[in-house]
Write a protein that binds this ligand. Structure first.
Ligand SMILES: C[S@@+](CC[C@H](N)C(=O)[O-])C[C@H]1O[C@@H](n2cnc3c(N)ncnc32)[C@H](O)[C@@H]1O
Length: 626
């Protein structure tokens, strides 16, 4: 539906923002879509089938969600399906392909009218891809009974507006359409080209019945809406009924009905809401079939409240997937990186870190058993205690050290990056690496699973370069796992081994560095760091039991670390190196050296940061070792 004049209509649903059209292809058929906004992804599927989607735009939601406006196949700028088989599941295939293209594992699915049928079917076919359903003016069945019911509702509509000629004409147009459907006339092929226009003329007549008070809508918008339409002569009839499957759809659902909807009467919305285990129902009292146009404020508010509540519940559920054991240190690292934003001259900006802190905070607030803090409470702007100052300064400066090494390697032409023990590292997303760079992120399964869910929640998944998670235990034979994801040992590689070696035994460290070296071509780089000696809990001045518990937990994971000081250790594996200390780097950024790293203490704690470079080729190294 679109304004008939060139003036932009009023109202919060329209005007339609001008959005670039993108395309994906499934089996040679193109699906058009547009993307706007930030936050959790929401697919928007219009109805018809064949109706164009341009009336279904929600600029008021762009601040909160990534809205993905689909032109369902057989409408708008999308192709027609050559086989005419427009089943609900088939539409779902195209919607899922758009999600894949966007790198979104899950999404909300807002389906209007026939798009609501598709949304319900998507909930049955692909529950793992749904964050929630928004079922707008729709029904759980597409069968003759829907049209029979609509015929009765149309009669009630005409009776409601006896003195409005357009209402009487809408009733007539409906009757003519039904009669034609009952006794279809074979049309010559040439006429088919005009079929879409004929359908649009039909909708121009019948449209008043789709609104609670059409004249009011026209006055509110300042223009008469029109519905644009594509007729596909090959479209096969689809009878569809999921009433007995509603109980299987577990996704949180918002069902929205217009009290005066004649085509998908509120009775259907009530059936859906009663049948779904996790649904709430909103009836818009002054709306027909287009509640988002007729009561735009109420519509948008309901969607926002629903998605906020769903995200909050998701945050609570994240408690179940919080990385356990040493994976927890990745959360702590992210929290420390989020604190960098407090600094007047931050050394980097890590949007993922902030999202992690919010999620963990929500999760831990709801479950006291996992309430061990990973940093000060969000919103606490008081000066950092020594514990959090030490951890955030050390991790912040260390982060910047690795950022610089990774950027320099990219500038030198390196395109293959492997981040071992990647945790919640977001460099693939935030460093602006070249589009042809590939970043492998190696960590354990619970950590990577958690990371994917957080990236999804934050709508942050799309990296400029390619990001490939690799599940592996670095104590075992992990080379095959990286190779299986496409790692190429003939290319120079930049290895980042940040925040790992303190958690690994000397033997384990040897195994990791040996594997790295075996996989490295000449011109490869490695960046790493470790403590010497490993800190004890008493080396940190904690101010309360919670901080002490955090430090004790970190220390409990510490192991012996690498067998030799960094230059010598790297040299025994063939790497030249430059080595610095965290204290020197902290001072270099003009920041106070935390107590733990100050010289002259009874137990002096040092932390080495090293950058190694491998000049020799694998063959040269093999010859040298003979
Ligand atoms: C302190 S975090 C650092 C994460 C990341 N490098 C960063 O700086 O954000 C330590 C990470 O090492 C990972 N890790 C520890 N031992 C591991 C192992 N044996 N195999 C794979 N990952 C491991 C943990 O899961 C955790 O994500």
């Amino acid at each position: 539906m679109k304004a008939t004049d060139n003036d932009r209509p009023r109202g919060s649903v329209m005007p339609e923002p001008h959005l670039e059209t993108r395309f994906i292809e499934v089996d040679g058929v193109r699906q058009a879509y547009r993307v706007a906004g930030e936050g959790p992804v929401c697919l928007v599927h219009s109805g018809g089938p064949g109706g164009h989607s341009d009336h279904l735009r929600f600029p008021a939601l762009h601040e909160h969600m990534t809205m993905v406006y689909l032109d369902p196949v057989g409408s708008g700028e999308s192709d027609l399906l050559p086989d005419g088989d427009y089943s609900m599941s088939r539409y779902g295939d195209f919607a899922a392909a758009v999600l894949d293209e966007l790198g979104a594992q899950t999404a909300y699915f807002l389906g209007h009218s026939h798009g609501g049928f598709v949304a319900l079917q998507f909930g049955i076919d692909r529950p793992e891809r749904l964050r929630g359903l928004i079922l707008h003016s729709t029904a759980p069945v597409n069968a003759p009974l829907l049209m029979e019911n609509a015929t009765r509702e149309m009669a009630a509509f005409v009776e409601r507006w006896p003195s409005r000629p357009e209402a009487v004409d809408a009733g007539l147009a409906w009757k003519e359409m039904r009669a034609q459907e009952a006794a279809p006339v074979e049309k010559p092929a040439d006429d088919l080209a005009d079929a879409s226009e004929a359908k649009e003329r039909y909708f121009a007549r019948v449209l008043p019945a789709y609104f609670a008070d059409f004249r009011k809508t026209v006055a509110d918008l300042g223009t008469t809406p029109v519905l644009r339409y594509t007729v596909d002569p090959n479209r096969l009839p689809v009878i569809w009924d999921v009433r007995n499957l509603l109980h299987t759809i577990q996704a949180p659902t918002l069902v929205i009905a217009g009290a005066y909807d004649f085509i998908c009467a509120p009775v259907y919305a009530r059936t859906i809401a009663a049948g779904l285990p996790n649904a709430r129902l909103l009836e818009l009292p002054e709306s027909g079939h287009f509640g988002h146009i007729e009561q735009p404020g109420d519509f948008v508010t309901a969607v926002l409240e629903f998605t906020r509540a769903t995200e909050l519940a998701g945050g609570a559920r994240a408690a179940e997937t919080l990385p356990p054991d040493v994976g927890w240190t990745g959360l702590l690292t992210a929290h420390m990186r989020a604190l960098e934003a407090r600094h007047k001259s931050p050394l980097f900006n890590d949007p993922l870190a902030k999202t992690v802190v919010d999620l963990v905070h929500r999760a831990t607030r709801t479950d006291p058993d996992v309430a061990l803090p990973t940093g000060p409470a969000p919103g606490n702007t008081a000066e950092l205690t020594e514990t959090w100052y030490m951890l955030s300064t050390y991790i912040g400066v260390r982060t910047r050290y690795y950022d610089e090494r990774m950027r320099a390697a990219a500038a030198e032409g390196v395109r293959q990056f492997v981040i071992l023990a990647a945790g919640l590292d977001s460099r693939a997303l935030r460093l602006g690496l070249p589009a042809d760079a590939v970043v492998y992120e190696v960590d354990t399964e619970p950590v990577l699973r958690f990371k994917e869910s957080v990236l999804d929640a934050a709508g942050l998944k799309k990296a400029g370069c390619e990001r490939r998670p690799v599940v592996a235990d670095l104590r075992g034979p992990w080379a095959a796992a990286v190779s299986a994801e496409g790692f190429d040992p003939r290319q120079p590689t930049m290895w980042l081994i940040e925040g790992l070696f303190m958690y690994v035994s000397a033997e384990g460290c040897e195994h990791v560095l040996k594997t790295v070296t075996d996989l490295s071509a000449a011109g490869s780089h490695v960046a790493l760091e470790y403590f010497e000696p490993i800190p004890r809990a008493d080396d940190v001045s904690t101010v309360n039991a919670a901080e002490r518990a955090v430090i004790e937990r970190i220390v409990s994971f510490f192991q012996s670390g690498p067998p030799l000081p960094p230059e010598r250790w790297l040299a025994t594996h063939g790497w030249g190196s430059e080595v610095t200390t965290i204290a020197r780097e902290i001072a270099g950024h003009g920041r106070r050296i935390p107590e733990m790293f100050q010289n002259g203490r009874p137990h002096e704690v040092g932390l080495w940061l090293a950058h190694g470079r491998l000049e020799s080729s694998r063959t040269e190294r093999a010859a040298a070792s003979r």
